[in-house]
Design a protein around this ligand. Sequence first.
Ligand SMILES: Nc1ncnc2c1ncn2[C@@H]1O[C@H](COP(=O)(O)OP(=O)(O)O)[C@@H](O)[C@H]1O
Ligand SMILES: [Mg+2]
Length: 457
Amino acid sequence: MAIAKLAPNSRNLPNQLTLNDQPAHHGGEGSVYFTTDGQYAVKIYHRPASDKQRLLKQVLDLGRNLGDDERFLAWPLGIINEIDGEPTVGVVTRCVPPTHAPLYRFIYSPKDAIKQFGEGRSWLNYLKMARSTAAAVRTIHGKGMAHADIHLKNFLADPESGEVVLIDLDGLVVRGFLPPQVKGMPGFIAPEVLMAKAQPSELTDRHSAAVLILWILLLRNVMLTQTCIDEDDERHDDELGYGKFACFSEHPIERRNWISQIGIPLFRKGALSFRMLTPKLQALTEKALIEGLHEPSKRPQVIEWERALSEAYDALIGCPSCHQSFVYPYWLTPPLRQCPLCGSNVIPPFPAVLELLEPRSKGTLVALRTIVLYQGMPLFADVVEPGRLPPFTRRGSASIGQVAWETNERGYRLTNTGNDFWQLSSGERIKPGASVSLHKGAMINFGNDKRVMRVVL
Ligand SMILES: Nc1ncnc2c1ncn2[C@@H]1O[C@H](COP(=O)(O)OP(=O)(O)O)[C@@H](O)[C@H]1O
Ligand SMILES: [Mg+2]
């Protein structure tokens, strides 16, 4: 056991911590030790730069007002300046519980995901992990900082809850204030950084975050190079392949990194395509990795990813064959609506597709997102509340409606199971206990200031 002493100004930490003898992790920059009480993780630097303590102190101060979003981050809480009497530099963070493991364990290849699926997880758990990942990065960007080292080992994930915690925050970047200390991990680094045209920043984080989010969703590096450019020098080869010659694997014209498995169902040794994602997520992918690949300012902000990932919850359906969840591809014609994991066709009766609209000033309605409803599905109360995104989990969530297929009508009906009257565009009122047909064109108003839904399919 070693006794680590803390510099003053730490956040609610004791004056000293007792560390386990053996490190839990031995990295290039430092070794990570857990405290004997299991509460904290301490990274001790091998060869700290002379200004490391000062930089750490600034990072520490930046984390004082994170509020609720701190759950996505293992923020530095204190600085170690002595171990067993020897001067040392280290950083203390809360210990992320053992329910979490580095993201790569669950996403690195389809095999890892299939193992998780075998243990009861579904693609929805992956969507949740992607959402938490985006939320973690958005928190940092929202504070005017960049992480500069976003990759699949710096997030500890719990695939059960979908919760993800971002670690390795000691290298944060703030323009003109905290300089970049690392460059990132090959494969995630933005092209302009590899080409030595730019330093890590919020804009380069946007690239890394897009690559990571898509890796979680599609279980592959969508930028993976397929041809060798410099056979003699692997590092130079990476610099070119992810830098000057970087290319999205599903680029519509440049097929440099295309692989033939793309679009073949995952369970038949295929590779998932970004075309299985919601139209909004597809558009963000194109903005990030085609239009914005070499034009950083065109890359979407991470908060846009977070929103679109959250909204995708309400577009999922279950596969009757493999029992997985996937985005209902309502934008394709029926024979092309298939489960991307097992390849089974979606069979009639097809789910109902609705557009969710929100009232704004002067009586205008703004289209928000698409909702998919099917037999037995509740309509959750949050869906019609203005300003709300789907919550992280709907376990225990209140519902205000219930969907059922009516064979006689060859259509769905939505029953009002709440306490408020609904109103149709015809003026008809749907009292609690009554139901409304979800035929194409039907428009339901859920009450004063509530959202409106229009059946589109
Ligand atoms: N707060 C933490 N809670 C639990 N484990 C942690 C924590 N911080 C680091 N680790 C463990 O140490 C490993 C490396 O940590 P990291 O901060 O990323 O160091 P490095 O600079 O070597 O990349 C992680 O993969 C994880 O296993
Ligand atoms: Mg790390």
